[in-house]
Design a protein. Sequence first.
Length: 400
Amino acid sequence: MSKRSIGIPTQKEIFDYMNVDRSFEQRLFILPLLDKDQIGDTSIDLRLGQRFSVPISSRMGVLDIVELHNEGEGSLNENYSESRVPFGQFFALHPGDSVEIGTLEYLGIPHDLEGTVTLRASISSIPILANTAQVHPGHRGIISLTLTSNAKFSVRLYPGMRIAELQLRYIATPLAISRPSRYHYMTRPLPTELYKDNDLEFLGPITEPLIIGIVSTIAAGRTTAISHLTERYGFGWFSLGDVLKSEAIKQGIPTLRSSLQDFGNRMREVHGDAYLAVKLRISKKWQMNQNSLVIVDSFKSVAEVKEFQKQKRFTLIGIDAPQLERWERVKLRRRQGDPTEYEDFEEQDKTDRGLNGLVSHSQQTDILIKNANHIIMNDGKFNDFTAKLDEIISKIIYPE
């Protein structure tokens, strides 16, 4: 059969896809196919299976997808009643009621086809409504549909009756199916699988936020990273550096970098190395946080990181860049308090990284970056840097 990139297979081509000489990935399986007449000119009739799953309205006052995500599949199944109807008997669908049904046929779809399953026109005219099911390349399993009766009378549904039709379509390039979808290998109709979406963790009431910690050498790209994450993903932002500056202002300490470095060392010596992290976590601003995605930046000590690792979901990202490149950025940005001579920048950089010898309760940026969960070397273009950030965030939010 010639390759196609558009259109739908005809009856002859559908039978060709079912040829036993085809490879597993290229073959169409319809099991059982009780009657070859089920295969029409451009579609395949599918029969009603024996299993019916009905929501128990008395138990389900509200369907909360976020709550189901947190509680798991069991709590959803408790609200559905499943029955198996023998051949020769019927299931009565009453006016206004809905039921989850599955096809009798177990399908195997080739990797170069996709399709949609809809009710047969004669069933829709009763009237019964159903969702449209998408069938992806490589699918293995039955097809599940939700039927709802709009009729003013009960309708008897008999297992084995032709109820739906599958229309297949060519795709331009056959897919290499590396990981089956959540609907692969389904053998009975199931309630919604929507609650398995990972991003539901970040919707609904905030229980415990996902925290991205950022540790960065001077002018390596911390500010750029924060701007990108807050604007693109909606992260809330907290800074240990702001906590330190607030304390410095209260005590009349200048907020220049060199002054803050010395002041931070003294605060850690007096109150403990985790002092700034503890102060942030007990602050009213932190307690009132309503963001499910949070950035915390300006980590300077191992103890500060350990304080935030007490949270359920915390990931530390380290950002670095070559020293001379960072110096060029400092000269270009011209921030108040930045050094104007390379020697001063080099001295501040050594202090920040913890390379100035054994200073009591000193900053430990190098150690933190070395032990971060993810490290970005920001020695390229802006788009390269943000692309690396996006890749890391994707892995954190959608782990494999």
